[in-house]
Write a protein that binds this ligand. Structure first.
Ligand code: ADP
Length: 484
């Protein structure tokens, strides 16, 4: 008995100790059994605890039945632990109850694990509820499928009508997707790729919804799948928006081709005729007619610019090239080469930090730099324009920044300027079509990124663009150099 780590004791009908094992004595800070003999819990524990223990023992004595429970104990030696306790009646040789004996087993570690598990489960529950994520658990051995409450809501299924097997899930999946998804689940169970998929479901009312699904497989020691645990959430709204966007992009692409053929051609003809008229009849026109001619010329040029920019805007998606590892230094060089005249006319100082290689469409990245730098120079008032291009690696993404020392932007306009045709100045103050930043936004979004500006009037602006495409490793970072 003394070798057992559990605490064991025997007491008489008055709760006096008859015998304690070594482990029990140790909790009282004792080594000699004689020191506990004849004493009661009241000699070691606070009154409240000892009183409760004695009441338990009286119940065992009077009822003749064992008692088992778990409780947190603060032992006289100062140790606090969770214990699983069993108290039983003690019988004399005539079979009469003459006291109690008890065993106290330390379950602190188990309790801690239980509490942590409970905390984690609650956290998970909160998170999944907040995100409207459904959780399912499939046992392939017994073909048993368990859904949580959210799963029933996502699938619009009444829990009472759910048979709880693989087939009940298959019934809910869209007929055109079910074979493919079943195959994917099978492959995952057989040890193939992780299950990460999206598919359509059909609600009992016939409506179709889109589901995003992820799952992991748990296996036994022999590698046999015993559980497949997964999540589902409804992505109908973003999917519909995606479809809507694809439709409007297609409309836009169609508009682009109409604009290029049907608008550009006659405009070119008008521009040509007006130019010929202006040249041929220069001497024969009076002042008024010459001015009108000038307006007509400017108008056609503006219209040409507008069509050119609109075409560029509408072709960001349809005319984009594949995203490939792209040296941002080279694309910046190209942008600067395209702006040579503007840069030298305004004596612009361009500097750059270390720029990385990123996964991008090289032409579009160059266009992005070109638009932002051209704006930085254009919206610079009288001072000498200074542009600084840099990149910073943050949270797994490259964040590019194009900084200028220009006129800056009032805080209320910081978002509006990315909307097509939105300009903060008249054409007389600063020429432009109001499409440049909308192009930048589409380019960045095609790269699954984000664009924004930080600025203060008169203090310059910094345009940031974040690339969410997989970054190229740091050692591939190109060597920085300065350009004046
Ligand atoms: P555009 O340059 O043709 O007017 P953009 O779409 O490029 O069109 O820019 C929209 C508006 O945003 C500009 O008209 C200007 O008011 C403001 N803007 C853009 N870039 C800057 C900048 N670097 N500094 C100050 N204002 C800017």
């Amino acid at each position: 008995m003394d070798r057992v780590p559990d605490r064991i004791y025997f007491k008489d009908l008055e709760g006096r100790f008859l015998r304690n094992n070594r482990a029990h004595l140790a909790r009282f800070g004792l080594t000699d059994p004689a020191q506990a003999l004849g004493k009661t819990d009241f000699d070691f524990f606070p009154k409240e605890h000892a009183g409760r223990a004695y009441e338990d023992e009286l119940r065992v004595i009077n009822g003749g039945q064992p008692l088992s429970f778990e409780e947190s104990i603060c032992w006289p030696d100062g140790r606090v632990e969770w214990a699983s306790i069993i108290k039983m009646p003690l019988h004399d040789s005539d079979g009469r109850i003459c006291g109690t004996f008890g065993i106290s087993h330390d379950i602190t570690t188990r309790k801690q694990v239980e509490q942590e598990l409970k905390l984690m489960t609650n956290r998970l529950l909160l998170a999944t509820r907040a995100a409207s994520i459904g959780i399912w658990d499939y046992d392939p051995v017994n073909n048993s499928l368990v859904w949580d409450e959210q799963m029933f809501q996502i699938f619009g299924v009444d829990p009472k009508r759910f048979s709880g097997n693989f087939e009940s899930w298959q019934i809910a999946v869209h007929p055109d997707d079910v074979a493919r998804e079943t195959q994917k689940v099978r492959q995952t169970l057989e040890g193939g790729a992780e299950y990460d998929s999206d598919f359509r479901i059909v609600w009992p009312d016939g409506s179709i919804r889109y589901i995003k699904a992820n799952a992991i497989v748990q296996r036994d020691e022999s590698g046999r799948p015993v559980h497949m645990i997964g999540t589902n959430w409804d992505i109908t709204q973003p999917k519909r928006m995606e479809e809507e966007l694809a439709r409007s992009n297609a409309d836009l692409a169609q508009f682009a081709s109409i604009a290029s053929h049907d608008l550009q051609e006659p405009l070119r003809a008008v521009a040509g005729c007006v130019e010929l008229l202006a040249k041929g009849y220069r001497d024969r026109l009076d002042e008024n007619a010459a001015e009108l001619m000038q307006h007509a010329l400017e108008g056609t040029r503006r219209m040409q610019n507008l069509i050119h920019d609109l075409l560029a805007y509408s072709r960001v998606d349809s005319g984009g090239r594949p995203l490939v590892p792209t040296d941002a230094n080279a694309t910046l060089d190209e942008a600067l080469a395209n702006l040579t005249i503007m840069l030298s006319e305004r004596d612009v100082l361009v500097t750059r930090g270390a720029l990385p290689t990123v996964v991008a469409d090289p032409r579009q990245l160059s266009q992005l730099f070109q638009n932002l730098i051209a704006n930085g120079v254009k919206f610079c008032a009288e001072r000498r324009p200074e542009i600084h291009v840099s990149a910073e690696f943050k949270n797994g993404c490259w964040e590019f920044a194009v900084h200028d020392n220009g006129i800056g932007i009032e805080p209320q306009y910081l978002e509006r300027i990315f909307v097509i045709f939105q300009r903060l100045h008249t054409r007389r103050e600063y020429p432009g079509t109001g499409i440049g930043l909308a192009i930048c936004k589409r380019i960045v979004e095609r790269h699954r990124g984000r664009i924004w500006v930080e600025s203060e009037p008169d203090k310059g602006s910094t345009f940031f663009s974040l690339s969410l495409n997989p970054p190229i490793t740091r050692h591939e970072l190109a060597v920085p150099h300065q350009t004046d």
